[in-house]
Design a binder for this molecule. Structure first.
Ligand code: ADP
Ligand code: MG
Length: 594
């Protein structure tokens, strides 16, 4: 057979290899994600080509799949795919030089980082593709057969070497019809990756939704009944033949064998058409993916095309696991980000959703992001900005859907769990006020038991009424008893009761709803449109001196003492200045709950 030819790595690859081999990077398991994603890419390429050129499959009509086998005694992991494979030249181009963008970016970042101590973190941030095999292996053998070539080639590289070799495969035992067979000889410290259960767990974690089947080689067992002879022999010795026949014993033993086991779901549910997926399936997927036991309150499955292409399924969980204190600093893992169906991370919630929507769970699968996407990349990406906008809009559509449900209880449940989050949204997301406001709910002077929406309030407004009135208080009872209400109740004007500490700030941020301003009825300039100037003049003359006298007595304790027409039975009331804090806000600031 022809001898192996030796090649030197491109200088950059050499450096990269050096770094990987000597790095202290702790998250080594990413190697499997990278290699599976290469196998999946190779299958994708083959599938794509075979559409236009069915000839390519001729002579190698094999299933498109990925198989991972482990030999834990020898510390060997093999990954086999039936994808596009590589020609000799492609082996040189792909595995001997830096061609791919992710690794190139890694090297650039490396050049830019003067602090060489952070090198190993960069591996995680940018991904090092195929070379990540050397995170765990000190020898890697790639045996590959492309449909473009009638020969199979073997690439071999070692961890501490600046060269690699390529030879032709001549051992008939090792010939494959098509695809790539990767063998990793694990480093001593990393032999644990050759445990079948560990590989299975990693595959489930990282590649559960790769669209090609991934099989792992697993030990199985079935129970078999075997006869136990000794008892029989002993009974016979005692001369009790008949009894012995009855005593014939059987024993259960487990027969072990090895077989391929399908380890991933091949068709990610989000790739299917929403028309074909039932609510039960969405719920099942949700519960399985997020370890939930309750069905979600709502789900939304959508695809966006055009400028940015991604698919997503979003969910509103039935209950929030977060305590009230966690609300502002959610440490959730609610959004699972996939790139081309390969799981990337569930740690990017903050980049894909504003924090006030951090209760939303779901999956997002993008074809436009790089596989080695990092938080840094996400933060700067224009694509992500567009995705974020769409995701937020879809989340609101989904919530609106709950609020329009015939079953009023659904939205009550939602509001009970997440009302606070939406109020936070009023404060933090001006751009979405129009979407948040219709979802808010309050008690009011005319609805002390049932929460009402702002739409319901507006519908109930008097024809001459211009503003939306509210009063902030600790609870409904004290809101009801405030003297500020008297005049409004008399005129049959509805007043919103803001009884949650965050309500008032939220409303002040909204400023208006459907062009109607929110007006605090405890502020001094309340105008109910019933000013009688003549009468006011008379009153002022009559009681002016009384006011001066009271002001003198109270001194600095009040800003001013004025005649007002806003009470009907109480003689006087303490009000907040127009630009001052309301009494409720004062309370809040004092207790520092904000
Ligand atoms: P990337 O996947 O981002 O291109 P990698 O370093 O992971 O970078 O892989 C480099 C190249 O090697 C791939 O682009 C591909 O051309 C080739 N390659 C790697 N693994 C396989 C495989 N299993 N089958 C076919 N080609 C492969
Ligand atoms: Mg890759």
């Amino acid at each position: 057979s022809p001898p192996a030819e030796k090649y030197e790595y491109q200088a950059e690859v050499s450096r990269l290899m050096d770094l990987i081999v000597n790095s202290l990077y702790s998250n080594k398991e990413v190697f499997l994600r990278e290699l599976i994603s290469n196998a999946s890419d190779a299958l994708d390429k083959l599938r794509f080509l075979s559409v236009t050129d069915p000839e390519i499959l001729k002579g190698a009509e094999m299933d498109l799949d990925i198989r991972i086998q482990t030999d834990k005694d020898n510390g060997i992991v093999t990954i086999t795919d039936t994808g596009i494979g590589m020609t000799r030249q492609e082996l040189v181009d792909c595995l001997g030089t830096i061609a791919q963008s992710g690794t190139a970016k890694f090297l650039k970042a490396l050049k830019d980082s003067k602090d060489s101590g952070s090198d190993s973190n960069l591996i995680g941030q940018f991904g090092v593709g195929f070379y990540s095999a050397f995170l765990v292996a000190d020898r890697v053998v790639v045996s590959t057969k492309s449909p473009k070539s009638d020969k199979q080639y073997v690439w071999e590289g070692k961890a501490n070497s600046s060269s690699y070799s390529i030879r032709e495969e001549t051992d008939p035992e090792k010939l494959i019809p098509r695809g790539t067979h990767l063998t990793l000889y694990l480093k001593n410290d990393d032999k644990g990756f050759a445990h079948p259960e560990r590989i299975q767990r990693l595959v489930k974690n990282y590649s559960q939704f790769v669209s090609f089947p991934i099989y792992t080689w697993q030990e199985k067992g079935y129970t078999k009944e075997v006869e136990v002879d000794e008892d029989l022999a002993e009974a016979k010795k005692d001369g009790e033949d008949e009894k012995a026949e009855k005593q014939k014993k059987t024993k259960k033993v487990i027969e072990k064998y090895w077989d391929w086991e399908l380890t991933n779901e091949t068709q990610p549910i989000w790739l299917r058409s929403p028309k074909e997926v039932s609510t039960e399936e969405y719920n099942e997927f949700y519960k399985k993916t997020f370890n939930e036991y309750l069905d979600p309150l709502a789900s939304s499955h959508f695809t966006t095309e055009g400028e940015v292409e991604f698919r997503s399924i979003l969910y509103v969980p039935a209950v929030t696991p977060m305590g009230k204190d966690d609300m502002l600093n959610p440490k959730t893992k609610n959004i699972r980000l996939y790139v081309k169906r390969v799981f990337i991370s569930d740690d990017f919630d903050g980049e894909l959703f504003p924090r006030y929507l951090s209760f939303i769970k779901g999956v997002v699968d993008s074809n436009d992001l790089p596989l080695n996407v990092s938080r840094e990349i996400l933060q700067e990406s224009r694509i992500v900005r567009i995705m974020r906008k769409r995701l937020v809009r879809k989340a609101f559509d989904m919530i609106l859907g709950i609020s329009l449900s015939e079953n009023r209880e659904d939205y009550e449940k939602f509001w009970d769990n997440y009302g606070k989050f939406l109020k936070l949204g009023c404060i933090e997301d001006r751009d979405n006020h129009k979407r948040i406001a219709p979802l808010l709910r309050f008690f009011s002077s005319q609805s002390e038991e049932d929460l009402i929406s702002l739409d319901e309030y507006v519908e109930n407004m008097k024809s001459e009424q211009k503003d939306i009135y509210y009063i902030a208080a600790d609870n409904v009872a004290s809101a009801k008893n405030t003297p500020f209400l008297e005049k409004l109740l008399e005129k049959d004007l509805e007043v919103l009761f803001l009884v949650d500490p965050i309500d008032e700030v939220a409303i002040q941020n909204l400023k208006s709803y459907k062009e109607k301003n929110f007006v605090d009825i405890s502020k001094e300039d309340l105008d109910l449109g019933d000013k009688d100037e003549e009468k006011e003049k008379v009153m002022k003359q009559e009681f002016g001196q009384t006011c001066d006298w009271i002001k003198k007595r109270l001194g600095e304790k009040v800003a001013s003492v004025q005649i007002s027409n806003r009470l009907s039975s109480s003689p006087c009331v303490l009000v907040s200045g127009r630009f001052g804090w309301s009494a409720n806000m004062e309370r809040l600031m004092k207790s520092q709950t904000m």
